[in-house]
Design a protein around this ligand. Structure first.
Ligand code: 5GP
Ligand code: MG
Ligand code: MG
Length: 206
């Protein structure tokens, strides 16, 4: 069965995504261009959700930058985080003295990004900006502060739906959709009523 049939509606098409990424890259390039002396600014993608966004963004920033990934997990299941993120895979890059742009798929409660900003600060980044493709301000619980003269860039404000695609998953699926869509609620509601093991069984049949 096609993945498209699991989607209730499309919020942003590939063309709309491309146009917005182009504009964000132009803004970030303008803001980073004064920092041409080494060490180069770092684009830090938050794995796995930011992988497509980071790839699209980085290709349109014509400046010397470094690229790395970090992984933060909050061991919640389904569509909610449990509010306690941990860094399960850290940077390879030394960010001491670098301007860091954290590249995220979506900022929801703000818990994960607040934790990552603090982590970059503890590693000696000279500023920390955030570039998130989607932002759900209506669900914010943590009022995070950017470091130094860091900026907040966002692609689109997202209504309070659980969205998938363009890197974002439900149970590790749908990341490869080239658009952002709303998953049919019956798909995750049904699945979440099962226990963990039968949940996996149900997913394997999708
Ligand atoms: P926060 O810590 O801000 O509550 O959540 C951040 C993470 O939760 C995001 O990076 C993303 O992985 C996940 N998340 C939040 N909202 C959504 C959503 O609507 N769809 C998907 N697929 N993931 C989400
Ligand atoms: Mg994320
Ligand atoms: Mg996820």
């Amino acid at each position: 069965m096609s993945l498209d049939s699991h989607i209730e509606r499309v919020l942003w098409t590939p063309d709309q995504i491309a146009t917005r990424v182009f504009d964000l890259a132009a803004q970030i390039s303008a803001d980073l261009s004064p920092f041409s002396e080494p060490p180069a600014p770092a684009l830090v993608g938050v794995a796995t959700g930011a992988f497509l966004f980071l790839a699209d963004l980085a290709r349109q920033i014509p400046l010397p930058v470094t690229v790395d990934f970090i992984r933060a997990e909050s061991y919640g299941s389904g569509t909610q985080s449990n509010g306690f993120p941990t860094i399960s895979f850290d940077l390879k890059l030394d960010v001491t003295g670098r301007h860091v742009v954290l590249v995220e798929d979506i900022v929801d409660t703000g818990t994960t990004i607040a934790h990552l900003i603090a982590h970059m600060e503890s590693k000696g980044a000279s500023s920390v900006s955030v570039c998130t493709f989607l932002d759900k301000p209506s669900r914010r619980k943590v009022d995070f502060q950017l470091l130094s003269k860091g900026k907040f860039y966002r692609g689109f404000e997202c209504p309070d739906y659980f969205v998938v695609g363009y890197g974002m998953d439900f149970a590790e699926r749908y990341r490869n959709l080239p658009y952002i869509g709303v998953l049919k609620p019956e798909l995750y509601k049904t699945l979440l009523t099962f226990s963990f093991s039968s949940n996996l069984f149900a997913l394997s049949r999708l």
